[in-house]
Design a protein around this ligand. Structure first.
Ligand code: SAM
Length: 318
């Protein structure tokens, strides 16, 4: 795990927040850290720190084995993904703790790499079945889950769009990634998207098959991405095979579109594919309403399944 490498440690690691999403509100983190702060002057603590410049991104506190837990482990506290006021509160408590406890290791890391490390932790917890009380999923072969033909076709299509001048940029977000079949096409073009998907079993399958990168995937409802990412964070936001989209359920999908546009930079690429023309028309209307100019591409083929209709456009600068 990235965190083990970063601090050169071997013991188990546990984040105090139970999910990536809880990292936005860090209730437990603040509660536990305040408790630790109260006793920190009398009790020596083994502490590791990750920082970006003067900003503390994370603290690891050592917990020796005892009657309750038979192995040594490190508890990880971070405020770096939290809402701005909570992040400040975390840093203030961390700074107070650091006055009386000099960290054994004080490691400099970028906040992006730290975020990757946090993502990786929750991905590994998921794929190791630590987040689910029972797992009823039967393992399937790679070939039965991923269609190489589809991945190749999508890769070609994306390559063509790039050649036509649709620049994807460096910071990419893919929403509704499923098990990562569409992500494979992006990766084959050398792109490195962050992906979000609400179905944790789909994410788990993609991780298990080595298709999704544990550092770049988050189990998250795409109708609330704006709660977790700052406005205008990404150079491109895309989603493949969204749907099924009908008039009666379109609010869900247009909600995803609205949030996607909010986290996209001005001038960012917005790219979505669906199965049918009525579906792309619903998404296009929502994209136009959100300030995205673009075109519908008819990509229909004889099979009539994947990525048949495409919207590609840009978020307007004004
Ligand atoms: C047809 S699959 C497409 C998967 C993948 N993009 C592909 O092209 O192979 C649609 C995916 O959207 C996901 N999805 C639906 N609603 C979502 C939401 N609110 N947030 C995130 N993902 C969602 C589903 O779980 C499903 O994995």
């Amino acid at each position: 795990m990235l965190l083990h490498e970063l601090f050169d440690i071997e013991e188990d690691i546990y984040f105090v927040e139970e999910s990536y999403l809880a990292q936005r509100t860090i209730e437990r983190t603040l509660q536990y850290l305040n408790g630790i702060l109260d006793v920190s002057e009398e009790q020596h603590m083994q502490l590791l720190r990750a920082r970006e410049g003067d900003h503390t991104l994370g603290l690891l506190i050592f917990n020796p084995a005892d009657e309750e837990v038979s192995v040594d482990f490190w508890s990880v506290f971070t405020g770096s993904l939290a809402l701005a006021p909570l992040k400040k509160e975390f840093e203030a408590i961390a700074n107070s703790l650091l006055i009386s406890n000099i960290p054994e290791k004080d490691v400099e890391i970028s906040s992006e790499k730290w975020r990757d490390a946090v993502n990786e932790y929750y991905s590994l917890m998921l794929v190791n079945r630590n987040l689910c009380p029972v797992c009823t999923f039967k393992p399937e072969s790679y070939e039965s889950v991923f269609s190489e033909k589809r991945v190749m076709k999508l890769t070609k299509l994306l390559d063509l769009l790039q050649k036509k001048g649709f620049y994807f940029g460096a910071r990419l977000l893919e929403v509704c990634s499923g098990n990562g079949m569409s992500t494979l096409a992006l990766r084959r073009l050398g792109l490195d998207p962050l992906v979000v998907e609400v179905n944790k079993c789909a994410v788990c399958q993609g991780l298990e098959q080595g298709v999704l990168d544990p550092q770049k995937v988050i189990v998250m409802d795409a109708t609330s991405i704006f709660r977790y990412f700052d406005p205008e964070t990404f150079d491109a936001v895309m989603g493949f095979m969204l749907g099924l989209i009908y008039e009666f359920n379109k609010e869900l999908w247009t909600g995803i579109i609205r949030e996607s546009v909010l986290v996209a930079n001005k001038g960012a690429l917005l790219l979505f594919t669906v199965n049918s023309k009525p579906e792309i028309e619903i998404l296009t209307e929502a994209l136009h309403r959100a300030g995205v100019e673009g075109e519908i591409i008819d990509n229909t083929d004889s099979e009539g399944i994947y990525d048949q209709w495409i919207f590609v456009g840009r978020k307007q600068r004004t």
